[in-house]
Design a protein around this ligand. Structure first.
Ligand code: GLU
Length: 489
């Protein structure tokens, strides 16, 4: 096989888009699998829509996710003289021509075709103007766009790595515009010139470009250039199967990171949009993907952007983090004074333990403030109904007795013996049949549920023993006493 060279050709017309990352990720993995190279090329010829801000966001966003490239960043806007040279060549060889038709003329023709139910198509009117006349009119200052003279050729056929043989009737392609003028070339033209000059071996891009491919092939043929291999990735869809859109989904990578999705999880999830292995495994790092991915296994059908799956994958990646990594990741989500000050007040050890107690349960880092608030705020607000639990057989009387008896047992544990293991033992012994306490013979939940509610004021939280241990004796007893007030109030 010839050397593999792929390209990332983002248009800097908005912040880094999840769909862009998916395309680049597939390119990255494919290149790494073949010891190939990756060219970064910013397609910034649309001067009105391209911004420096988007450019920086795209480049730093990709780097941050580990989607790197080789060598310098190329800018199409700096390559205008190169495109100009090739445009002149096509004009000289009469493979392209100036079209002077006005907007109104084109519109009238479009409407006429629409009236007889035909697709829009350029009539070819200016194709008949001689080269000399064209040059003269341009010299005189007449404005014209440059059209490609589509040859009456055989069907255009190419072998797509994902879609197999694709065949397009050349008759369906009209004389399309390749440049607004010599200094304003358009997408299809620039891409072919660049892919040729940069020796791109594989063009791996979204299926939304598949209608451009035959036009691009015609341009390659006009120059007698080698045509790269193509792979068109399935579209990404909203859950209602429409094409992924801002209106129905967040599409910017930054928005996902800001919500507390990890970059590893986002990459993992994006890799699964249109690809899977032959086994059940769904969790892949970038290195795993380089080992396992295959372009041939990419699906043809559209891939639904399934947020529930993203959340699941994110939870898996969060659980893989060490306590220290998790703490670092959590930092930016815990900037509220409740946490910043609480951390100072109760100490780093307390902060770290609290974090670890919710680590396992965290699916998205922005859940953390809700999970952790009760650790740091002492005046809990909850209603007494939270104590009652039909399944666990906790009614008002049981809850009151549980808090009373629980408090007594806990008061009996000295500060120095206050740890999870001792606490557990003392509480469970009191429940055992043989002990003479008023709660003996109760189910564990009848004692532990009311205690847990008093400690957290929440319907969901880490377990009673863990909470007692982390809060320490004084704060635990204070919360239990307050629980009794809630029950009596
Ligand atoms: N700049 C184009 C885009 O962002 C690239 C298309 C291509 O891969 O040829 O969609």
């Amino acid at each position: 096989m010839t050397e593999v060279i792929v390209r990332y050709p983002p248009s800097p017309t908005g912040p880094l888009h999840v769909g862009t990352v998916r395309v680049m990720l597939y390119n990255y993995v494919f290149a790494k699998q073949h010891n190939g190279k990756i060219v970064m090329r910013l397609e910034d010829t649309d001067r009105e829509r391209s911004t420096k801000e988007s450019e920086e966001n795209i480049l730093s966003g990709l780097k941050n996710m580990g989607i790197t490239w080789d060598g310098e960043v190329h800018y199409q806007s700096k390559r205008i003289p190169i495109y100009r040279k090739y445009l002149e060549q096509l004009l000289n060889e009469e493979k392209a021509y100036y079209c002077f038709c006005t907007k109104e003329e084109l519109e009238t023709e479009r409407l006429r075709l629409e009236g007889v139910k035909l697709p829009p198509r350029y009539s070819g009117k200016c194709a008949k103007i001689s080269k000399e006349e064209q040059e003269m009119r341009v010299k005189k200052g007449e404005k014209g766009v440059i059209r490609f003279r589509t040859p009456e050729s055989e069907p255009i056929i190419f072998e797509d790595h994902i879609r197999g043989k694709v065949e397009i009737n050349a008759k369906e392609i009209d004389d399309f515009v390749i440049a607004k003028n010599l200094d304003e070339p358009l997408y299809n033209f620039c891409v072919v010139v660049d892919d040729h000059e940069m020796n791109i071996s594989h063009v791996i891009r979204g299926e939304d470009h598949i209608s451009n491919t035959p036009k691009q092939i015609l341009i390659y043929e006009a120059f007698s250039w080698k045509i790269p291999e193509f792979a068109h990735l399935p579209l990404i869809l909203n859950e209602d199967k429409s094409k992924l859109s801002k209106r129905k989904n967040k599409v910017s990578v930054d928005d996902y990171l800001a919500e507390g999705y990890l970059k590893e999880a986002l990459l993992n999830f994006l890799a699964l949009l249109g690809w899977n292995t032959s086994d059940e495994n769904e969790i892949f790092s970038l290195e795993d993907l380089i080992r396992e991915f295959s372009l041939e296994r990419v699906h043809k059908g559209g891939a639904v952007f399934d947020l529930a799956k993203l959340l699941h994958v994110n939870g898996v990646w969060i659980r893989k983090k060490t306590p220290e990594e998790f703490k670092n990741l959590a930092e930016q989500f815990l900037q509220d004074p409740i946490f910043v000050e609480g951390r100072k007040k109760y100490g780093e050890k307390f902060y770290e333990t609290a974090l670890e107690l919710v680590h396992e349960r965290t699916k998205k880092l922005n859940e953390l403030p809700d999970f952790l608030r009760f650790f740091f705020v002492d005046d809990l607000k909850y209603s007494k109904e939270l104590f009652f639990h039909e399944k666990m057989k906790v009614d008002e009387n049981v809850a009151k007795t549980a808090l009373e008896e629980g408090k007594k047992i806990l008061e009996g544990i000295s500060e120095s013996d206050w740890n999870e293991e001792n606490i557990k033992e003392e509480l469970l012994v009191a429940l055992s049949e043989t002990s003479p306490s008023p709660i003996h013979g109760w189910k564990n939940g009848q004692l532990l549920w009311p205690l847990r509610v008093a400690l957290s004021g929440e319907a969901f939280s880490p377990g009673t023993f863990e909470l007692l241990a982390v809060f320490g004796k004084e704060r635990s007893l204070g919360r239990i006493e307050y629980g009794t007030l809630v029950l009596n109030g």
